[in-house]
Design a protein around this ligand. Structure first.
Ligand code: 2M8
Length: 458
């Protein structure tokens, strides 16, 4: 018998039970044998940070799948430590997603076939996810604990290698922060945070004639990036690929290298989760080192990505040294870091509550000229970033605000469905309708575990 039957926790009311069951169904539908797809039509492969959010929810209904999904992703880890942003499913046709395996043309590595993944990364949320899945098993005390411990022991050195890749090879600005080499690496792909840096990337529209967009066949053009942005995305992939996916001299060889506050806050949070994992594995020296690294990353974020004039966190272009003029939800996520100075915590909460955002937070500033209620990452509300924001509130003891946000997120999904994202004014569901991370995080929000193990209070 399965140690954790897929049923809601006893305390939930009827509408919650309904939501619980529908979320569990989405995760069943999107399971592909050894990995989860974000959604069947739009995203038919395995995505990196999706896997982490999904594991957090699977912990409640099928922890064995949570571990299997994480394992499938890390089996595709490159020898240099990078964890690819997509692991391609060989059973899916090349034409079902663009850019597909042929375009990325990744060589064979470590016994894996060629063209098995992309060559870029996504935010390293997996240590946090692994820790959450383990924590859930440990709280249940059932037979799942020893499997969870074995899974943690397998993942730990791989998670460490992932961090080392990002902190060493990706420190393009020499600041102690990781740079992303493509907007897709942020996970907040089309965010206005990249507009200024992308302005320096050549846009060759002819590329789209040679390589037609697949996303427009399955999604509304008004919800997706423009052709101009897409041409830049494809050009960036080509440039990084043609340089052998090397990170040497990035700021000279590659037209896009940006330090994102959300990506780096997740990087810092991962060190804290690794400290917890190292503790369980009896590696006390390692645990101390991870905590030190988290503090260093927090200090670098506070130093490099803070704009003292507007009192907000912004993305910094590592090539030009300029802070992005756009205020985006990514600037709220340093709240996840427990060592963030108190005045920055206050400033983030003021920004989050202001007319520019409001909770649940839209992906970008409501008052900006670039704000777009439907175009993805340029306005709509996403459950995953709000879930991260809520963690930040809990880390800083803001329980009332966290509870309000939890309820608002659940209301949104209950009323509109497990959509990929939501209209920031009407709540209308947008993008893919049965989206894995929305469903998975709903399970976590319904179960309401409101105390991250490394909060200040712990
Ligand atoms: C979106 O990104 C992919 C490219 O990676 C796309 O637009 O085709 C983003 O929302 C990203 O954060 C997410 O991981 C991915 C799959 O859900 O979709």
């Amino acid at each position: 018998m399965h140690p954790y039957p897929p049923s809601p926790p006893v305390a939930v009311s009827d509408p919650s039970a309904e939501l619980w069951q529908s979320a569990a169904r989405v995760l069943d539908t999107n399971w592909s044998g050894d990995h989860m797809v974000p959604s069947r039509r739009l995203y038919p492969h395995q995505w990196s940070w999706d896997t982490a959010f999904i594991a957090v929810g699977l912990a409640f209904v099928n922890p064995a799948r949570a571990w299997r999904d994480l394992r499938s992703l890390f089996e595709a880890q490159w020898p240099d430590g990078r964890v690819p942003h997509i692991v391609f499913d060989p059973a899916t046709a090349e034409d079902d997603y663009f850019p597909g395996p042929g375009f990325w043309n990744v060589p064979a590595y470590a016994g894996r076939r060629a063209r098995g993944s992309t060559g870029i990364v996504q935010p390293p949320l997996h240590a946090l996810a692994a820790w959450e899945v383990y924590r859930h098993a440990a709280a249940h005390g059932a037979g799942g604990v020893s499997e969870a411990r074995t899974a943690l022991a397998w993942l730990y050195p791989r998670l460490v290698a992932q961090q080392e890749y990002l902190t060493d090879r990706r420190d393009a600005g020499g600041s102690g922060l990781a740079s992303i080499v493509h907007p897709w690496e942020s996970g907040l792909d089309n965010s206005p945070a990249w507009d200024e840096a992308l302005g320096n990337v050549p846009a060759d529209l002819a590329l789209l004639e040679r390589f037609p967009r697949r996303d427009l066949a399955v999604a509304h053009a008004a919800h997706r990036p423009t052709d101009l942005d897409y041409a830049r995305y494809i050009g960036l992939v080509r440039n990084y690929r043609d340089g052998g996916y090397s990170d040497t001299d990035l700021t000279q060889r590659h037209p896009f290298a940006v330090e994102c506050p959300a990506f780096n806050s997740i990087l810092g949070t991962a060190e804290l989760a690794l400290a917890q994992i190292a503790g369980v594995l009896g590696l006390t020296g390692d645990a101390r080192r991870h905590r030190d690294r988290a503090r260093d990353i927090t200090a670098a974020i506070a130093r490099r990505l803070w704009d003292p004039v507007t009192r907000t966190f912004r993305a910094r272009d590592a090539r030009t040294g300029r802070l992005s003029p756009a205020r985006c939800v990514s600037g709220l996520l340093p709240l996840m870091l427990p060592d963030l100075p108190a005045d920055r915590v206050t400033a983030i909460m003021e920004e989050a509550r202001s007319e520019r955002f409001g909770l649940p937070a839209p992906s970008a500033d409501r008052t900006a000229a670039t704000f777009d209620t439907r175009r993805y990452w340029r306005g709509p509300v996403w459950i995953n970033v709000n879930w991260l924001l809520r963690r930040g509130m809990l880390v800083h003891g803001l329980r009332g605000e966290a509870e309000e946000l939890r309820r608002a997120m659940l209301r949104l999904v209950h009323e509109h469905g497990h959509y990929e994202y939501f209209h920031p004014e009407t709540g209308e569901g947008l993008g893919a309708p049965t989206f894995s991370w929305t469903a998975a995080l709903c399970l976590d929000l319904l179960a309401d575990r409101s105390a991250p193990a490394y909060s200040k209070a712990a």
